[in-house]
Design a protein around this ligand. Structure first.
Ligand code: SF4
Ligand code: SF4
Length: 379
C-alpha cells in the first residue's frame, strides 16, 4: 500500500520524522494510559520499527465527526505520530486529501490488498430504513459499504455511540432507522467504544493491543472493553465524597455549585453510566469532561439513557451507596426541648429516690446466708 494522500500539514509532520527516543516515549505513554504493560509497549515499538503497521480503514456514516475531532486533540501521541508511526491510516474521509473516485479507489485497493488484516473503524450510525438510502457515499449505501468492509476486516471497532448503538441519529422517532455496526455485522466481533465522543485513548489502547499482541481486550456482553467500561462514572467521580456526605447542588450557580458539590439532583446520570471519562479526560486538559466543568453527566455511553432520558431527570442509584448502608457522615441531630429536659429530670430524680429507699430498707433487714465463695473471701 502506497503512502496515503493526506493533507499538507500531516505531510509536513511526517517529513519532520519522530526520533526513536520520542517514539518509544510516545508508545510507552500511550500503552500505560490504557493499562498495557511495558513489555507490550516494547513489542509495539519493535513491530513498528520493522514497518509492521496495521492498515486502518475509517468509515464515516451518520454522525457529526466529533469522534474524529476528539482524536485530533490527542498529543500523547498526537495524531501525526499515530498515523505515521503506529498505524497505516489508509482511508479516512475527513483526513484524505483525495476526493471522489480517487478516494474510493484507495478504499477498494486497501480492502483487497489488506483483506483479513486491516482494522476497520466505523464512526457514525447506519440507516436501515428504505434500503438504507439516507446515507450514501460514492453512490453506495452505508449499509453496503459496511457489509463489504466488515466482511474482509481483521478487526472491527465501532467508535462513538452512533456506531456502537445508533447514538443521536437513532433518537426517537428515528426516522432513518439508524442503528449501530453490531446490528449490521451480526456474527462478527465488533468492539464497541460508545461515548459522544468516545475517548480517543480507549481507541488507542484497543488498537495498540491489537498491534502488539494480535488480540483484542477483554470485552463485555456489549462488545465494550472492560478496561474502559467496567465501572460507572459514579464509582470514581471526584465529587463522590460530596454525594456520600449528602452535599448536593440544588440549582445551577448556587453556593453549593461553586463549592463543587455533587450534581446528582441536577440530573447527573453518573450512577448509571459505564465509562471512564472521570479518569481519562478530553482534549489533553485536566478536568475537561462534563462533571469536571460543573455539568451533570449526560449518560452518553448508555443506549437506555442518552438522547432518551431528559437531561435534568435523575436516575436510580444502581448499587447501594454508603448513606444506605452506613451511618451518614452528617447524622441528623435531634434537639432537646425544655419540656423533655424537665421530664428526664423528674424520671431521674424518681429513680434516685427509689434506689436510696431500697438501700435503706436493705440495711434494716437480716442478711442472707453467705455462699461458699464469700466465705473464702472472709477468711
Ligand atoms: S458519538 Fe457523538 S461525537 Fe461521536 S460521531 Fe456520534 S454524535 Fe458525533
Ligand atoms: S451523582 Fe454524578 S456528580 Fe455526584 S458523585 Fe455521582 S457521578 Fe459524581
Amino acid at each position: 500500500m502506497g503512502a496515503p494522500a493526506f493533507h499538507a500539514e500531516d505531510r509536513r509532520l511526517r517529513d519532520g520524522q519522530v526520533d526513536r527516543r520520542t517514539f518509544v516515549k510516545v508508545v510507552t505513554t500511550a500503552a500505560a494510559a490504557v493499562g498495557l504493560s511495558s513489555t507490550a509497549a516494547a513489542r509495539i515499538v519493535e513491530a513498528a520499527s520493522k514497518g509492521l503497521k496495521p492498515s486502518v480503514i475509517w468509515l464515516h456514516f451518520q454522525e457529526c465527526t466529533g469522534c474524529t475531532e476528539s482524536l485530533l486533540r490527542t498529543t500523547h501521541p498526537g495524531l501525526a505520530d499515530l498515523i505515521l508511526d503506529l498505524i497505516s491510516l489508509d482511508y479516512h474521509e475527513t483526513l484524505l486529501a483525495a476526493a471522489g473516485h480517487q478516494a474510493e479507489e484507495v478504499l477498494a485497493k486497501t480492502m483487497t490488498e489488506q483483506a483479513g488484516k486491516y482494522v476497520l473503524v466505523v464512526e457514525g450510525a447506519i440507516p436501515t430504513k428504505d434500503g438504507g438510502i439516507y446515507c450514501q457515499i460514492g453512490g453506495r449505501t452505508a449499509l453496503d459499504i459496511l457489509k463489504e468492509a466488515g466482511e474482509k476486516a481483521g478487526a472491527i471497532i465501532a467508535i462513538g455511540s452512533c456506531a456502537s448503538w445508533g447514538g443521536i441519529p437513532s433518537a426517537d422517532p428515528n426516522p432513518t432507522g439508524a442503528t449501530g455496526a453490531p446490528t449490521i455485522l451480526q456474527g462478527k466481533t465488533v468492539v464497541t467504544l460508545p461515548g459522544c465522543p468516545a475517548n480517543p485513548y480507549i481507541l488507542l489502547g484497543t488498537v495498540l493491543q491489537y498491534v502488539a499482541l494480535g488480540t483484542l481486550p477483554a470485552l463485555d456482553d456489549k462488545g465494550q472493553p472492560k478496561f474502559a467500561y467496567g465501572r460507572t462514572i459514579h464509582e470514581h467521580c471526584p465529587r463522590r465524597a460530596h454525594f456520600d456526605a449528602g452535599r448536593f447542588v440544588e440549582t445551577f450557580g448556587d453556593a453549593n455549585h461553586r463549592e463543587g458539590y455533587c450534581l446528582y439532583k441536577m440530573g447527573c446520570k453518573g450512577p448509571a453510566t459505564h465509562a471512564s471519562c472521570s479518569t481519562l479526560h478530553f482534549g489533553e486538559m485536566v478536568d475537561a469532561w462534563p462533571i469536571g466543568i460543573g455539568h451533570p453527566c449526560f449518560g452518553c455511553t448508555e443506549q437506555k439513557l442518552a438522547f432518551r432520558v431528559p437531561l435534568h431527570d435523575t436516575v436510580e442509584i444502581e448499587r447501594p451507596t454508603p448513606p444506605d448502608t452506613y451511618p451518614p457522615i452528617h447524622a441528623e441531630q435531634g434537639r432537646v426541648t425544655p419540656w423533655a429536659t424537665g421530664l428526664v429530670g423528674l424520671a431521674g430524680g424518681a429513680l434516685l429516690g427509689a434506689g436510696w429507699r431500697f438501700a435503706k430498707n436493705m440495711e434494716g433487714e437480716p442478711k442472707p446466708p453467705a455462699g461458699p465463695d464469700e466465705e473464702k473471701e472472709v477468711r
